[in-house]
Design a protein around this ligand. Structure first.
Ligand code: IPE
Ligand code: IPE
Ligand code: MG
Length: 246
């Protein structure tokens, strides 16, 4: 049965974020190198992006490479950067066809210049697309994002551009990499790990968390729908009582 039919279109998460985990274990299970898992992971990226756009999700953010992932063996980092470039080249048409805008968060300047160039090209070509914003978190770490926000804000305070009293949630939001994105409603992590790994710490303050044992290369359209249906069954109270919500 297609779970898509069970999704309530009036209660879609506005912003889904995914920690795409388990590529290495997926490859190892079949006696293959980790790179094979990363290659197969790109197929799940493709189906997830298209499925989200199809059902009307406005914002999808994918954790593709963390600040901590720079500590992996050089050969794996190189493979991931090459895969990023080839996927961007390959997916440009799909993004255009589906009216999807590409965006990035993270310390992009740390990426190899060839990857930066490819990213900028796709970002530029898709900039007027409006159906969905796909954000790739690349060389992203939430703590680094917060440090950079604090630096930008304090420098504005020092230069009398904003006053200390004016600092509120909106000001902080405006100085994060995610400045134009709404808070995350649904955070999905694959591969059975129950942790956040330095992803969007501020932005997930009230997100619904969904963990699945499925390894990322095995993650299908139906698994995505399962997560959305689980989200739609939950009562989001934001500190209020259940009676107040009803
Ligand atoms: C996720 O899969 C991809 C990245 C972190 C880039 P992993 O490479 O972390 O796979 P496991 O967790 O080792 O199985
Ligand atoms: C988190 O996965 C980063 C990405 C999915 C890009 P990791 O596999 O790097 O996380 P840890 O190290 O297991 O926490
Ligand atoms: Mg992992």
């Amino acid at each position: 049965m297609d779970l898509k039919n069970e999704i309530n279109n009036d209660n879609l998460p506005q912003h889904i974020a995914i920690i795409m985990d388990g590529n290495g274990r997926w490859a190892k299970k079949q006696g293959m190198l980790r790179a094979f898992g990363h290659e197969n992971g790109t197929k799940s990226v493709q189906t997830t992006v298209e499925s989200c756009a199809k059902i009307g999700i406005k914002n999808l953010t994918l954790y593709a490479f963390s600040t901590e992932n720079w500590n992996r063996p050089k050969i794996e980092v190189d493979t991931l950067m090459k895969l990023l470039i080839s996927s961007l080249k390959k997916e440009l048409n799909t993004l255009m066809k589906n009216d999807i805008r590409l965006n990035t968060i993270g310390n992009i300047e740390k990426l190899p210049s060839s990857a930066q160039k490819q990213l900028l090209e796709v970002i530029n070509k898709t900039k007027d697309n409006t159906r969905m914003t796909l954000t790739l978190a690349l060389s992203y770490g939430s703590r680094e994002e917060l440090i950079s926000a604090v630096k930008k804000i304090t420098s504005k305070v020092k230069n009398n551009i904003i006053s200390i009293d004016a600092i509120d949630e909106a000001i902080i939001n405006e100085h994060l990499y995610t400045q134009n994105l709404p808070d995350v409603d649904l955070l999905i992590r694959t591969s059975g790990e129950h942790r956040i790994s330095n992803f969007l710490l501020w932005q997930i303050a009230y997100a619904e968390l969904y963990f699945t044992e499925v390894l990322w290369p095995d993650f299908t359209e139906q698994h995505l729908y399962e997560a959305i249906i689980s989200y739609q069954k939950r009562e989001r109270r934001f500190g209020k009582t259940s009676e107040q919500i009803k």
